[in-house]
Design a protein around this ligand. Structure first.
Ligand code: C5P
Length: 312
């Protein structure tokens, strides 16, 4: 009898920006307690997973050269975690994975987490698993703190390491310009820098999250702009002082406000509408403060199948 080889599955997963990122103290397990508001963005990665005799990983697109293709890539961690969860041999996954990157690498936008979330959804489909989104989110949390959010997408309040999510109703679309830096920043290093700055002095802390939720409910980007905040910004700027200039240039170009996205170094500029975003992007790209710019909007859907057999 001929074995039936399943059709490769392609999944698209979004980037994220933290509209509010309050970092608590360092925990005994090396993580920090967070209170954060995640919004998914229309910058996306696509991951295609196929069953193959020769396992392998290839990466194309935005910043592909900087992505590891060995077993340290988060897509393999995701594949192993899901295999173990459903009782398959984690070391015998026989997969070929291709990543097409649209999300900046090590940019503070959860690009690696998006690839991991996409891999989980692709494998659930490829292996025809009877697994609900909640169960998949449990596996996602083992893979990384941001993976459950990019799996879910939309707008959500995250606590714990950022993996405990409550969806937030969202009826409004927000328009962003993202300024991509020429290099990446390591997330653990940025958290360590924040610990160091806090041991030395008293870097500013973001306020309460409730007013941000109210501003989001109003749908007025001007209100939201006043409340965007990120505790990791001081640490990212301390490690990459040029970001100060980038943040200023975005506002000078007409953005309502700018923040460092997550652990950086990508800067996110909120704009009043889509046309304003295009104008800000054009002006910012000529200001010589970043490698390139992208216009994006959010929230968008989480990781979802775009080709292959979606009946599973
Ligand atoms: O969960 P993930 O592997 O993506 O986290 C990467 C690193 O970021 C952690 O090892 C830790 O240094 C830091 N981190 C943290 N607190 C969090 C999330 C991440 O300190 N809540």
């Amino acid at each position: 009898m001929l074995a039936v080889v399943p059709t490769p599955v392609t999944v698209r997963a979004p980037a994220k920006v933290n509209l509010h990122l309050a970092v608590g103290d360092l925990r005994a397990d090396g993580y920090h307690d967070l209170t954060t508001l995640f919004q998914s963005l229309s910058l996306t990665d696509e991951v295609t997973v196929a069953v193959a005799d020769e396992p392998g990983l290839e990466v194309h697109g935005e910043g592909a050269d900087a992505v590891p293709t060995d077993s340290s890539n988060l897509v393999w961690k995701a594949a192993r975690a899901l295999a173990a969860h459903v009782g398959r041999d984690p070391d015998d996954t026989k997969l070929r994975i291709a990543i097409n990157k649209g999300i900046p690498v090590a940019g503070g936008m959860a690009g690696g987490s998006a690839d991991a979330a996409a891999t989980l959804v692709a494998l659930a489909n490829l292996w025809r698993l009877e697994i609900g989104r909640d169960e998949l989110a449990t596996v996602a949390a083992e893979v990384g703190s941001d993976v459950p959010f990019v799996l879910q997408g939309g707008l959500a309040l995250g606590t714990g390491r950022g993996e405990q999510l409550v969806p937030v109703l969202s009826r409004h679309t927000y328009h962003w310009v993202m300024a991509l830096d020429s290099g990446g920043l390591s997330t653990p290093e940025v958290f360590r820098e924040l610990d160091r700055l806090r041991a030395e002095g008293n870097p500013p802390r973001v306020g309460a999250v409730e007013p941000v939720l109210e501003a989001l409910a109003s749908g007025d980007p001007n209100q939201l702009a006043l409340l965007l905040g990120n505790d990791l910004q001081a640490a990212a700027v301390s490690l990459r002082p040029g970001l100060r200039r980038t943040l200023r240039a975005g506002v000078n170009a007409g953005a309502l406000a700018g923040i460092v996205s997550g652990s950086g170094p990508t800067c996110a500029f909120l704009c009043s509408d889509g046309d304003a975003a295009v104008r800000v992007a054009a002006e910012l790209s000529g200001a010589g403060v970043c490698r390139t710019v992208r216009v994006a909007q959010g929230p968008v859907a989480g990781a979802r199948v775009i080709t292959g057999d979606d009946s599973a």
